[in-house]
Design a protein around this ligand. Structure first.
Ligand code: M6R
Length: 608
């Protein structure tokens, strides 16, 4: 959840580290810090709040060193205060450590060290690493970090700097991402490529239980047992522009407007229109087993979970496969009992979500096959699955996930059509589905072109403190996703409900102060939705209807109407979610929220 960036080279480290931190800020942003090595001293500064606070603190200071580490924090152990911000130091103030993850046995280590006289300055789990490295240091930093690693349990990506060892950074990983960037003018390390993509596209991924010593001219990787590892650099495809705002006021809005392209990217090269069969190269290694599979479990968290919920209905419609969708955080603690040849599909934008990874590993232990639908190439989930499909959506920076949701729906639908075509789905149905999918980018574009109308609706309702989102079948998960979007960025309380459940409780909430977003495209459950809308109307609840173009009956029934183009029942979610995203965005904008960095959240949830 936190962000790590390091540099060792010929240039001044300070501006490179601050720039990197800003690109990582979406991962965590309650405090930050920097340690830059200079001859015989360490320039060490920390600040509470966003990176700009750290910047203010060091502005104008002479920090000329060319080796440094920096961190942006999302608090787990200890409040977001300056003393808890990273880097953390040992007692002699020689060893500086930044850390992403959680040290599970930090309390027992801390007790042992305190008995030896070590004085702790923070409430964090991280600080034990600095003292452990110091305890094991006899002149070789890599060796000291390796020895410290063997004593700590939990997850970490760490970077360590020693005041008296110039031009050297030691990094290590277990469970939290750590990527090394090979630049022309020096080398980088970071928890996310976006922190260094402006300076290098040649990267080396560190695996679990590996560490590396980085200098300006060299990177040497080794295992926990000190065995040297040779690993070639890979090229990342993301450009610096991909991680820029490109004229949009927020990443979230940029990413919402990228969605037509996101759908195209998810489908590019993957459609065989003549045969009505998608081609998904990433699943070839498991295809023989997958095509026989009759039980799939989708595991994910948050928005990725809701796309899995839509996926269940799509698979039900197009295939003969039973699909179960599970929140990874719950699933990992369940007693698992799968039929033979069960496939797990782990869905994750970041590919680093701790709960999803842990749930996958548990399923693996029970004999399931693992597939991934992941955006970040070479992320932990991507590497631990047997096969998978990449979103190819480029970086998603806004904490509120938008374009990845649409991309996940697109890919799940492609997979369902592919499996369906090997079961009972006819050629005509396959061709019809693919044709309808090809129309989606333009259809999403046409919804985006009405953003002003949605903004005006947000202006009318953004001051209401409680909202309800309703849908049925394919639209039920969209109701939940719409509510999640609104609450996470605007802090308005919102609930997503299956419209059929209204009478079982939630209808008691309806009053003129509580807007309902009723998602009612012309699909198989349209008439049922209309009855639910009538029930709300008769209790004087204001209704924002999301419906199909030309549906004048719905338009007249609701207070505000947002039109979406017509498509097949199972593709409507890809269209109906867009107005929900825009409503959330504009409400948050009007409430002056920090849209890309909502409070208490982080983009990549790498702790349980
Ligand atoms: O990276 P992942 O897709 O695994 O992340 C899962 C959730 O943490 C994520 O979707 C979260 O719910 C977003 N903030 C929702 O907008």
């Amino acid at each position: 959840m936190c962000g790590i960036v390091c540099y060792v080279g010929n240039s001044k480290a300070k501006p490179l580290l601050i720039e990197g931190l800003k690109r990582l800020e979406y991962r965590g942003y309650d405090s930050s810090g920097i340690a830059v090595q200079d001859t015989g001293r360490m320039d060490y500064y920390r600040a509470v709040g966003k990176i700009v606070e750290l910047e203010k603190r060091i502005n104008g200071l002479e920090i000329n060193g060319t080796t440094g580490i920096a961190h942006t924090r999302w608090a787990t152990h200890g409040e977001p205060t300056e003393k808890n911000a990273h880097p953390h130091r040992d007692m002699e103030e020689k060893i500086y450590v930044i850390h992403n993850g959680i040290i599970e046995n930090y309390q027992s280590i801390k007790k042992r060290l305190e008995k030896k006289g070590v004085i702790f300055r923070s409430d964090t789990d991280t600080e034990v690493i600095a003292h452990l490295v110091a305890e094991n240091f006899t002149g070789n930093l890599n060796e000291a970090v390796r020895k410290a690693m063997s004593q700590i349990e939990g997850t970490f990506g760490i970077a360590v700097l020693h005041k008296d060892i110039p031009g050297q950074i030691v990094v290590a990983r277990r469970g939290s991402p750590l990527i090394i960037g090979l630049g022309e003018d020096g080398n980088f390390a970071a928890s996310d490529v976006s922190a260094m993509v402006r300076h290098t596209k040649n990267v080396i991924h560190l695996n679990d239980n590996e560490l590396a010593t980085i200098t300006k001219d060299d990177v040497s990787i080794s295992t926990l047992q000190a065995t040297a590892i040779k690993r070639e650099a890979e090229r990342v495809e993301w450009s610096a522009e991909d991680v820029e705002l490109d004229g949009f006021p927020h990443y979230m809005l940029k990413e919402i407007f990228e969605q037509p392209e996101t759908i195209k990217n998810a489908m590019r090269g993957r459609l065989d229109k003549g045969e009505g069969v998608p081609r998904l190269g990433g699943i070839i290694p498991v295809w023989d087993k997958l095509k026989e599979c009759r039980h799939i479990v989708i595991i994910a968290c948050g928005t990725s979970y809701y796309s899995g919920c839509v996926g269940r209905y799509v698979f039900e419609k197009l295939t003969e496969i039973d699909v179960q969708v599970e929140l990874a955080s719950e699933f990992r603690y369940r007693k698992l009992n799968f039929p033979p040849n069960t496939f797990i599909i782990s869905m994750s934008q970041s590919g680093e979500t701790a709960d999803t990874l842990a749930a996958m590993r548990e399923a693996r232990r029970k004999g399931a096959h693992l597939l991934g639908i992941v955006n970040v190439v070479d992320s932990s989930i991507a590497r631990e699955t047997d096969a998978g499909i990449y979103n190819h959506a480029g970086p998603e920076i806004g904490v509120a996930s938008t374009k990845i949701f649409i991309s996940q729906l697109t890919i799940l639908t492609l997979l369902a059509i592919l499996l369906g075509r090997h079961q009972n789905l006819s050629l005509t149905e396959g061709v019809e589905a693919i044709r309808a999918m090809e129309a989606l980018p333009d259809q999403v574009q046409s919804i985006l072109s009405k953003a002003n109308h949605i903004e005006a609706i947000a202006a009318k309702y953004h001051d209401k403190s409680n909202w309800l989102f309703l849908g049925r079948k394919y639209q039920f998960p969209i109701a939940m996703e719409g509510a999640l979007k609104l609450k996470e960025i605007s802090y308005i309380h919102a609930e997503g409900y299956a419209a059929g459940e209204m009478k079982h409780g939630p209808i008691a909430l309806i009053n003129p102060q509580m807007p309902t977003v009723a998602i009612a495209p012309k699909d198989s459950l349209y008439d049922k939705m209309i009855s639910n809308i009538q029930e709300i109307k008769s209790r004087r609840g204001p209704i924002i209807g999301i419906g199909t173009e030309g549906d004048t009956a719905l338009k007249e029934m609701v207070d505000d109407f947002i039109e979406i183009p017509q498509t097949l029942d199972f593709l409507y979610p890809i269209l109906t979610v867009v107005p929900c995203q825009l409503l959330a965005y504009y409400c948050a904008l009007m409430l002056k929220r920090d849209i890309d960095r909502p409070r208490n959240l982080a983009k990549s949830v790498t702790v349980e």
